[in-house]
Ligand binder design. Structure first.
Ligand code: URA
Ligand code: CA
Length: 434
């Protein structure tokens, strides 16, 4: 087989066979096919697309390019959740203990964040002593015992995707639904999920800015999952403004504790109950979505979800008492209110810019090597549609340095207040199961 013929075939709009896709991905992973040929191919895919069969084959070829996590020793159906990324997205911290509390095994492999705020591991590390450096046997034992454990990312998961994503990033070939969908799905499948719940974000703060694009990506991923034998569904949720109130590592842990107690922000709570219900249903712990939701609401009310967080944290070396004493989490030196300059209604909270403001405080990484400040970040006091009076706090800023003029300016520039009444955006746009 010659790579040049395969590029030509795709360029002319033909379908690549399973063998051809496997040849490309294994050759690219082992270095026998060079970047320039693969970049020509990915550009052809941007213009010509891929059939459903090609997408499934590409996904599985990338899964097979490296290690695959074997979770077969964990009892029950392992359901993983994936979010396409947003600002202040605290859902993973809530959903893990919440669904574990009703018996769904959560065997989570997580990473650190780059950009807006930390990743799930960074957030969890705001709890003194908590660590994810556990070996595979311990990980499996913990999930069987507690129904939840988090382990750091294995180094050799989907190496083909790592190489391909880096190449696409510099060759203007990220924007392709088949390539994005197979990239995301390959990582979930290699991490051992039996079933997958996808949270596809839409809006200004999301990777997909329009509902049409988000819907297309969601359908593509759901089809790939179901075509390769992993039951998959997607929720399309709003990211035109940050989710919940808190943006920042320790602040989001506190927000997760509140939400597990049933005292969290309405949008975060609703999204967690929706995603959680689908996880419980796919894990076959409930016979219907309403039954699953009732189970989760009960776990919030009777304290079992919160207790699960405590057990989870302390089983991995963390100080579980922070659940009852969140004041033990890292605290910022300066707490400053951003006051509204006029009366009106909040019309816009530009999610990615507000995320960047949190990063300026030190809550996120600029480069992989940056050290993040776990204590700092933002807590929104108003959301889109809320009425504000001049002098009301729009945002509480948690900082470890005194001069935050740049952060305040960025927030004023990106939180728009108007005189007309504004309706709050729809939180959940669609649930896609086919
Ligand atoms: N995120 C991924 O993991 N892959 C893509 O291709 C795009 C976004
Ligand atoms: Ca949040």
């Amino acid at each position: 087989m010659r790579m040049v013929d395969l590029i030509e075939k795709k360029r002319d709009g033909h379908e690549l066979s399973t063998e051809e896709i496997n040849f490309i991905i294994s050759g690219y992973t082992d270095g026998t096919i060079p970047d320039y040929q693969v970049s020509a191919l990915t550009m052809a895919i941007v213009f010509r697309g891929m059939s459903e069969r090609e997408r499934a084959d590409l996904t599985m070829a990338m899964v097979e390019s490296g290690d695959q996590i074997n979770l077969s020793q964990i009892e029950g159906i392992k359901v993983d959740k994936h979010s396409t990324g947003g600002v202040g997205d605290t859902t993973t911290l809530v959903l893990g203990p919440l669904v574990a509390a009703v018996g769904v095994p959560v065997a989570k492999m997580s990473g650190r964040g780059l950009g807006h705020t930390g990743g799930t591991i960074d957030k969890l590390e705001s709890v003194e002593g908590f660590h994810v450096e556990i070996d595979n046997d311990e990980f499996i034992q913990l999930v069987n015992k507690n129904k939840i454990a988090v382990i750091g990312q294995s180094g050799n998961l989907t190496p083909a995707d790592k190489k391909l994503y880096a190449l696409r990033d510099v060759t203007a070939t990220v924007e392709s639904i088949p390539l994005i969908a197979s990239s995301i799905m390959s990582k979930k499948i290699a991490a051992g999920a039996d079933a997958i719940v996808l949270d596809v974000k839409t809006g200004a703060g999301a990777f997909m800015k329009t509902l049409d694009d988000s819907r297309e990506l969601a359908h593509a991923m759901v089809r790939i999952g179901n075509n390769v034998g992993r039951r998959t569904m997607a929720v399309i949720s709003d990211m035109s403004q940050p989710l919940g109130f808190a943006i920042g590592n320790a602040l989001e842990v506190k927000e997760a504790i509140d939400t597990l107690k049933g005292e969290g922000p309405a949008d975060l709570t609703e999204l967690c109950l929706t995603l959680g219900s689908h996880m419980v249903y796919l894990a076959e712990r409930a016979n219907s979505l309403p039954e699953a939701r009732t189970m989760l609401e009960k776990a919030m009310e009777d304290g079992s979800a919160l207790e699960k967080l405590k057990v989870f944290l302390s089983s991995q070396g963390g100080d579980g008492s922070i659940v009852d004493h969140p004041e033990k989490l890292p605290q910022a030196k300066f707490i400053v209110e951003l006051e509204a300059k006029e009366d009106g209604y909040v019309a816009e909270i530009v999610a990615d810019e507000v995320g960047t403001a949190a990063m300026l405080l030190g809550a996120g990484r600029v480069t992989k090597e940056s050290v993040i400040d776990l204590a700092v970040g933002l807590v929104l006091r108003k959301k889109i549609g809320d009425h504000v009076k001049k002098g009301d706090s729009l945002v509480t800023i948690y900082s470890n340095f005194e001069n935050i003029d740049e952060v305040k300016q960025k927030l004023y520039d990106n939180i728009k207040v108007t005189s007309q009444k504004v309706t709050a955006p729809t939180l959940i746009h669609e649930e896609i199961t086919e």
